[in-house]
Design a protein around this ligand. Structure first.
Ligand SMILES: [Zn+2]
Length: 141
């Protein structure tokens, strides 16, 4: 997907800035093995992905669907993305990393985003569960 995925999307920048404000420090372009999360908190073994709802086909999210008819080729591409995302989470968690996914839709409203960043901060600091995902109920169809 390297040809499709753009780095430094607006949701990524917002998330990096918010984490930075909370005192987190991270280098850009960090890798975990062959995996390249959007934000790596190496000392805490936390990998954060900021997913575009469309490319990553956020389930039930209106940003994930467009009104055009997908060709078989697009369907295949989306399915590949979903499979790859699952594999990446599995690989990281098996290697004792914790994984957070911030969906694009949850970065669009400042109040919602603040709340999600607070939850993420809390999860990073206090919780041992290996997976965190932002949810934005209002935007779900
Ligand atoms: Zn979404």
């Amino acid at each position: 997907m390297s040809g499709i995925r753009s780095t430094n999307t607006k949701p990524e920048i917002l998330t990096r800035k918010a984490l930075h404000r909370l005192g987190y420090r991270f280098r850009l372009d960090s890798k975990v093995g062959k995996i390249k999360p959007d934000i790596v908190l190496a000392s805490r073994k936390v990998a954060i992905f900021v997913h575009g709802c469309y490319w990553h086909q956020h389930e039930g999210c209106r940003l994930a669907y467009s009104d055009r008819n997908y060709s078989a080729q697009w369907k295949k591409k989306f399915q590949d993305n979903i499979e790859r995302d699952k594999k990446v989470v599995k690989e990281l968690t098996e290697n004792h990393w914790r994984v957070a996914v911030i969906w694009e839709c949850s970065t669009r409203d400042a109040n919602v985003f603040d709340e999600i960043i607070n939850n993420l901060h809390d999860w990073i600091q206090n919780y041992r569960n290996q997976y965190f995902e932002s949810r934005y109920k209002k935007i779900l169809v």
